[in-house]
Design a protein around this ligand. Sequence first.
Ligand code: ZN
Ligand code: ZN
Length: 164
Amino acid sequence: MIIDLQQLFDIENERVAIDYSLDFSDIELWGQCPFGSHVHITGAVENRAGIVNLAYTAGFVLSADCDRCLDRFSRDEAYHFTHVLVRELNEEDTDEYILVENARLDLDELVRSDILLSLPTKLLCKDDCKGLCQSCGNNLNHTDCTCSRKECDPRLEALKKLLD
Ligand SMILES: [Zn+2]
Ligand SMILES: [Zn+2]
């Protein structure tokens, strides 16, 4: 979606609401597409005292195979983003300013990079996922196994103590 910001830049208190969906099913990350739904964008662009602000929420279903236990999981995510939009950049401006040339903002492109930069580098079914047992391959989230304790090499145990 291209947003024409001409009026927003020129008129104080001007506001444009945003509510639309994006299809990111073509995005592949770490060998899988983590988007289990369309990405729903809601928010607004607003001129407050001459400063043009974009604030939006990207809601979607994160759906992937857990990096640690390999189980398939899906959960709702909502990421919030805000940007200051400017027509020209000064040298002291930082990353938080988005340069909008010709007063036309390519929102799809911005949303895409916002979300990709915010996704975790490891997709886990839950933060404290216990993963797979290295000996028997059981998913330790579902079963308890004792093989790691039983089979621990005494030499490794000694090394562990040293490292601690
Ligand atoms: Zn997991
Ligand atoms: Zn085991």
